[in-house]
Design a binder for this molecule. Structure first.
Ligand code: HDD
Length: 716
């Protein structure tokens, strides 16, 4: 077979090619067709499976074509002037292919660039009905959702386990249009007014001169900002807690942060705070693990979410509201509800569960779905409205603006992942990337040409979004334009203190260590001293520990901060026990290990919902046994617990055991594997160490797994 290039004759070119190049390479044959060319299966609001709209389908037929549908014979060789000659400009396929590739990247999100997402369903239990007329919150309503989790500071390629806030953005495809709840895993925010958002982000992002450090808050500009803008101290102490290093996206709480306003059928309003509660509990990795994982598996959270969903361990969150009266002063027990740096303790306003979300389907294309999804706090539905929180107000501008720049124009709502599942009948026309073919001649209202259509609800009837009439600015300042904020916004320390003093000693220890680590990375002495001053206002003991680690004097408090009543609901370490769904347990074996014993350990772990990983001297098979990890590829940080079935004196295994022990994980040593305890320098009587026969050891480890960690090992 000869290529097309053979037929091209260039004047003056040699008559024939050197003999060694006689056989030109051949075009590849077509790859087998995809078994199913339809769009991804989705769920309708009634829970009935359906397929995504037809124009979401990307590829059809089995023949390779250009973007114009022209069938191609060869996509592996450029059109050349002779087999060894230069490439010709007339190669339209080459130019289309390379041009498209050159433009494959879109600007990454300025914040929350690194993320992972999943599809799911939300089912309402009706408990919100007294407060809101939102259709998706009515009893029994099932609504499709798409959730994108993210880190805030890092670029798209940064590691998952860095210390940072995590985004928790949910798109509800409701029967009344898209509702977006764009929240985080921390219930407060750094700043009180959106006008400071560029400033806090400039401070948190890498330094502009060297562009380091990536995805970190442990650097001068971050601590410079938060020690100068002390309203950031509350969010910062949450970041320094284990909330800043989650074990999994599946094990994070989510918060709407701002106070929102619900409106019921009668038009009565209630203020609320939104909460997501993971059914698997709220858990973290240890700081050392977080750092190790960032090198060993930077995709740790992304992988964990996708693997769990693929394995059928569908994560679930209960959705709850704190119900707060919509009073004129918009405060509750003295807490200003318009200040996004404040929580309302659950002891004062319990979280009422109004529905449950299940994530049950991975995206089929990262770019089309996870990258192109466009959230916006202004995507509201009837029954949910905003408040005058100055942070939220600025967000209402920013998100629409960012999508236009990120997604290349105002028609981003037409992208399949952003498309509402409700009917659309807008009067928006044209613009970059318009994919709709609008009919009619009168995209204006009222009109007498297109039958008057579309009709607003006041003509057509039915429910519609109605802005809640609200007095502007409050009595004192309602009639003047001002850049002032309420005096209540000046309390920057009492809730940081509330958080610290509410936690268990081991959680407080981790906070102290995190501050010592982060401030230890700061170069400027004045910044460290200013932050110590803030810590002195939060808690004296916390400040003294960090000052000692930094080798600096302990400052006295500079403000009178009111004493606080602890809120135990803020703790992550509790006596509660959590399902082992998707938890990974390593089983260490060698060539001598009895396959039947391994099988029974695997069975017991599977039955508990955990994922066993057989770790052996080499990959492939060990007799009948399939090996998931070799001693070379196994790492302690991907395991939640370990069962050792063989006395393997391999330095890599011993290191794995030492790390697992240091990271407070349950470890079981079966039979003569207990000999390894001495080699790994682990005391047999240490908490969370189980010895005995394989069945008893597995049962012992499974007994410990629901507590997440063996906290008793930490010396507080
Ligand atoms: Fe934001 C993205 C959460 C304040 C401006 N934000 C973004 C995402 C989350 C949040 C989860 C990622 C969404 C996704 O996965 O695509 N942001 C928050 C929360 C805030 C907050 C919980 C405070 C309570 N954000 C905030 C302010 C501004 C922005 C005050 C600007 C004034 N946020 C943006 C943005 C982003 C964004 C620049 C970047 C990409 C995007 O919107 O789609 O517009």
């Amino acid at each position: 077979m000869t290529s097309d290039a053979d037929s091209i004759k260039i004047p003056g070119a040699p008559a024939s090619e050197p003999p060694s190049f006689d056989e030109p390479s051949e075009a590849r044959g077509p790859l087998p067709s995809k078994p199913d060319q339809s769009g991804p299966a989705t769920f309708t609001p009634t829970g009935v499976a359906t397929t995504a709209p037809q124009d979401a389908v990307a590829q059809q037929g089995e023949r390779l074509t250009t973007a114009q549908g022209l069938p191609l014979r060869d996509t592996d060789h450029s059109l050349k002037a002779g087999r060894r000659g230069p490439v010709l400009l007339q190669d339209h396929h080459l130019r289309e292919k390379i041009t498209h590739f050159d433009h494959e990247r879109i600007p990454e999100r300025v914040v929350h660039a690194r993320g992972a997402a999943a599809h799911g369903r939300f089912e309402a239990n009706g408990e919100a009905e007294p407060y809101t007329r939102a259709a998706f919150l009515k009893a029994g309503a099932v609504t499709e959702t798409f959730v994108r989790f993210s880190t805030v500071l890092g670029s798209r390629g940064s590691a998952d386990t860095v210390r940072d806030t995590r985004g928790f953005a949910t798109k509800f495809y409701t029967s009344e249009g898209v509702y977006d709840l764009v929240g985080n895993n921390i219930p407060v925010f750094f700043i009180q007014d959106a006008i400071k958002f560029p400033d806090i982000i400039h401070a948190g992002k890498p330094h502009p001169d060297r562009e380091i450090p990536q995805a970190q808050s442990a650097h001068d500009t971050f601590w410079d900002f938060v020690s100068l803008h002390t309203e950031a101290q509350h969010h910062t102490i949450w970041n320094m807690s284990d909330r800043g290093i989650p074990r999994s996206y599946r094990m994070m709480q989510g918060f709407g942060i701002h106070t929102f306003r619900l409106v019921n059928e009668e038009g009565a309003t209630t203020l609320v705070k939104f909460h997501w509660r993971p059914r698997l509990g709220t858990h973290a990795v240890t700081w050392e693990e977080a750092q190790l994982i960032a090198g060993k598996d930077p995709d740790f959270h992304r992988r964990d979410l996708a693997d769990a969903i693929e394995a059928g361990a569908h994560p679930q969150w209960d959705f709850g509201i704190q119900v707060l009266p919509d009073t004129e002063d918009q405060t509750f027990h003295g807490i200003d509800l318009l200040d996004p740096t404040k929580i309302v303790p659950e002891e004062l306003a319990p979280v009422r569960i109004v529905g449950t979300m299940t994530l049950d389907r991975n995206p089929s294309n990262y770019f089309a779905e996870t990258e192109q999804v466009a959230f916006h706090p202004g995507h509201l539905v009837p029954g949910i409205d905003v408040t005058s929180d100055p942070l939220l107000q600025g967000r209402l501008f920013s998100y629409l603006d960012t999508q236009i720049s990120r997604l290349g124009g105002p028609n981003f709502a037409q992208l399949p992942i952003n498309r509402p599942h409700a009917e659309i009948n807008d009067m928006l026309r044209d613009g970059m990337h318009q994919t709709a073919v609008h009919s009619g001649v009168a995209p204006y209202h009222p009109n007498s040409l297109d039958g008057g259509c579309p009709f607003p609800a006041m003509v057509a009837g039915g429910d519609a979004f109605v802005d809640v009439p609200q007095p502007i600015g409050g009595e004192a300042t309602g009639d003047i334009v001002t850049r002032e904020q309420p005096a209540s916004f000046d309390d920057h320390f009492s809730q940081a203190r509330l958080f610290y003093r509410s936690l268990m000693p081991v959680e407080q220890l981790h906070i102290r260590q995190a501050y010592a680590f982060e401030l230890g990375k700061v170069y400027e002495q004045a910044i460290k001293e200013r932050q110590l001053q803030c810590l002195a206002n939060i808690d004296g003991e916390l400040c003294a520990f960090v000052a000692d680690q930094l080798g600096l004097p302990v400052p006295a408090a500079s403000e009178e901060v009111p004493e606080v009543e602890p809120s135990p609901a803020l703790r992550m370490v509790t006596a509660e026990r959590w399902p082992a769904d998707g938890r990974q347990v390593g089983i260490i074996v060698d060539d001598e290990t009895d396959a039947a014993a391994v099988a029974s350990v695997q069975e017991a772990l599977h039955a508990a919902g955990a994922t066993p990983l057989v770790i052996a001297p080499h990959g492939g098979k060990l007799g009948e046994l399939t090996v998931q990890r070799s001693f070379h590829t196994a790492t302690s940080v991907e395991l939640d617990a370990v069962v050792v079935l063989a006395p393997v004196v391999d330095p890599r295994v011993l290191e794995l055991l030492r790390e697992a022990f240091r990271h407070d994980k349950a470890i079981g040593f079966a039979g003569d594997a207990a000999a390894l305890l001495a080699d790994a320098a682990i005391a047999p009587t240490a908490p969370g160490i189980v010895t005995g026969e394989p069945a008893a050891v597995t049962a012992g480890v499974l007994e410990l797994l629901p507590s997440h960690r063996v906290w008793e090992r930490e010396e507080v």
